[in-house]
Design a protein around this ligand. Sequence first.
Ligand SMILES: C[S@@+](CC[C@H](N)C(=O)[O-])C[C@H]1O[C@@H](n2cnc3c(N)ncnc32)[C@H](O)[C@@H]1O
Length: 202
Amino acid sequence: MGENSSETLGEKSKWESYIEKTKRSRVNDLHILSKLIWMNQKNKRALSLGTGSGSEVVDLIKYKWDVTCVDIEKYSEIVLKTRTKKKFEFQNVSFENIKYRGKYSYVSAYNALPFGDKKYLQEIVDKIYKHLVKGGIFVLTLFTNKHTFVKNKKSYGVTREKIGEIFKKYKIDWCEKAEYDQQRKFGVVKWSAYEIIVRKNK
Ligand SMILES: C[S@@+](CC[C@H](N)C(=O)[O-])C[C@H]1O[C@@H](n2cnc3c(N)ncnc32)[C@H](O)[C@@H]1O
């Protein structure tokens, strides 16, 4: 992602540089893992939080989904418009200021929420629950406290116990810890994140 590195210096913001670099990257594994669930949803409305270059959005649009994207970085919309000719809604706001319209079947937040403000996490999770259809899923990653970006105070972390509390209204279908080293220009990032699929059952 380039935090602390020369690649984030200059005119581009750190997220603009990141989005530019990832605009041809593979879609998140969690999007593929949850495909069997979201593919069968009747109401094809999705919400993508911290869209970035938006690989999952491009895929959803391919399957004729109506997608709302949320990203604090305007460049996300610019890049996404080069990746799809189809229409999508884009909200250039922070996670706590999303305008929810109606109900969604699939909400994604890949490596995004931990860069926001932790004090809004529960509120966001509850609002999403309210705006999910019955059987709808929220698929996301949250960092553990061991993640390099948490240790560097670039993002926040959570414990497994906290995940149980935050998502107590939901059914937790999947929650696995992914830990590995990433070689970046500025050094090794110790990646440590929970990969989560939760569902609204009632
Ligand atoms: C690490 S990138 C992940 C992008 C994409 N989801 C992916 O997996 O490649 C984090 C994204 O969240 C956005 N972001 C960071 N803080 C945000 C906030 N408070 N509200 C909305 N978007 C935010 C950034 O602009 C960036 O596009």
